[in-house]
Structures are given as structure tokens and as C-alpha cells.
Write a protein that binds this ligand. Structure first.
Ligand code: AP5
Length: 213
């Protein structure tokens, strides 16, 4: 099964990705996580680091290669879930070509999480991530347990949040008609408890009654 999660920053892509991947036993491929890991180990080029921290999008070629490499790994044989890729129409075209070159694989569904902008801002500004486990928390809606080693993402500062939301509207929203035309797009209301949203996602892909793949 190959799933793509699309939605603005803070829509809950990472939160839903973890729940869905656990359910279907497929890996989560998050370009944001891959780039943050490269930043942590010091291999992310400075020009990309600056773009990322300020809330801009990296050039397409910087992320397409990452996806080509990662999806060719053995654990992706039974499928995977893409979180944060593609983000532009050229990335979506590159993904189609890549899947075709991997023995004619195809996307099963593109899930768009819908959340109104004021709620997105509120989710992002109060997000914290546990450095050790990668678990995502919200200081109000899903408070971290005592002892969690919390990280506040550089791009969750208010000015970077505004830039990221604007970049989504300017660039990534163009993906929606692209996938709608291919009849792959499923719109899901992303407001509500994470489990409720997961339930809606599963219904949208016709898997609400199944325990897994
Ligand atoms: P990336 O890491 O992909 O960030 P993003 O798309 O901005 O998405 P976020 O991780 O901010 O939000 P999310 O939707 O995953 O929400 P989450 O589940 O964490 O990318 C970061 C940067 O990398 C980009 O800006 C760009 O520079 C670069 N990049 C990455 N991919 C790229 C690409 N393909 N091309 C070019 N550049 C790229 O939830 C957010 C908060 O809300 C959390 O606190 C969570 O606890 C809370 N929450 C989640 N669900 C709920 C709910 N149902 N109810 C209440 N609270 C909730």
C-alpha cells in the first residue's frame, strides 16, 4: 500500500502517519524528519538549513533524491506512507516517474488533512517533540509526560510558521487539483481528537473495519 499525506503545516500529518504506519506495518517516510536528522548530524548544507529554519521550501532536487534512495530500501517493498512529500507539482511528477521505474508501482490514495488556519497556528506554536522517541506532543492538547526531553522546532517560531503556511498556500495547494484529476485525492476533516481523525482516514480509504494489511 502506498499512501501520501498532504496538508498544511500542523494539519497532523506526522501524528496520523505514526498511527497509520503502526496499523498497516509500513514505514513512514517524512522528508521533514530526514532533513532534521541531516541537520542534527551536521550533513545538511548550510543554505538548506537556513531555508528550512526560516520556513521556506527546499528546491525540488534536494528532496527528490532522498525519496528515490529511501523508497528503494527493502522495508519499502510492501509499501510506505509519504509524509511531507510531494509538496510541489514537479515533485509529484518525479514521484510518478520513480514509482513507474520501480516495477510499475502506483499510489493507492492521497489523503488531504483539512484544518483551518487559526487552529494550525495554535497547534504549531505549542508543539514539542521528544528528542529521544520522536513522539509529537502539544502543550495543551497532548501534554508531554514528565521527564520527556523536549525540543521546540526552529521553524515553529511565529514568523516561520506564517511563512510555512504561506508557502503551503502558494505551492503545495496546487497538488490538490493534480491528484483530484487522477482520482486519488481523499479529503479528510483534520479537526478532532487524533483517533477520530484516524478513523476518518481509514473510512476514506475503505479500511475502517480492517486490523491491518
Ligand atoms: P515538515 O517536517 O514536513 O513540516 P510541515 O509540513 O510543516 O508539517 P509539520 O511537521 O509542521 O506538521 P504536521 O502536519 O506533521 O503536524 P503534527 O502531526 O506534527 O517539513 C519541515 C520543513 O522541511 C519544510 O518547511 C521545508 O523547509 C522542508 N521540507 C520538507 N519536505 C519538503 C519537500 N518535500 N520539499 C521541500 N522542502 C521540504 O501536529 C502538529 C501539532 O498539532 C502537534 O503539537 C500535535 O500534537 C498537534 N496535533 C496533531 N493532531 C492533532 C489533533 N487531531 N488534535 C489536536 N492537536 C493535534
Amino acid at each position: 500500500m502506498i499512501l501520501v499525506l498532504v496538508g498544511p503545516p500542523g494539519a497532523g500529518k506526522g501524528t496520523q502517519a505514526k498511527l497509520l504506519c503502526a496499523r498497516f506495518g509500513i514505514p513512514q517516510i517524512s522528508t521533514g524528519d530526514m532533513l532534521r536528522e541531516a541537520k542534527r548530524v551536521g550533513t545538511l548544507e548550510k543554505r538548506y538549513l537556513d531555508i528550512m529554519d526560516s520556513g521556506g521550501l527546499l528546491p525540488d532536487e534536494a528532496v527528490i533524491g532522498l525519496i528515490a534512495q529511501r523508497t528503494a530500501e527493502p522495508d519499502c517493498g510492501a509499501g510506505f506512507l509519504l509524509d511531507g512529500f510531494p509538496r510541489t507539482v514537479p515533485q509529484a511528477n518525479a514521484l510518478d516517474e520513480l514509482l513507474a521505474s520501480q516495477g510499475g508501482r502506483r499510489i493507492d490514495a492521497v489523503l488531504q488533512l483539512d484544518v483551518p488556519r487559526p487552529l494550525l497556528e495554535e497547534r504549531l506554536i505549542h508543539r514539542r517533540t521528544d528528542k529521544r522517541s520522536g513522539q509529537i506532543y502539544h502543550l495543551v492538547y497532548n501534554p508531554p509526560p514528565p521527564g520527556a526531553e523536549l525540543e521546540h522546532r526552529a521553524d515553529d517560531r511565529p514568523e516561520a510558521v506564517t511563512k510555512r503556511l504561506d508557502a503551503y498556500e502558494a505551492m503545495t495547494a496546487a497538488l490538490l487539483p493534480f491528484y483530484e484529476q487522477k482520482q486519488l485525492l481523499r479529503r479528510v476533516d483534520g479537526v478532532g481528537k487524533p483517533d477520530e481523525v484516524t478513523h476518518r482516514v481509514l473510512s476514506a480509504i475503505g479500511r475502517s473495519g480492517s486490523g491491518g494489511e
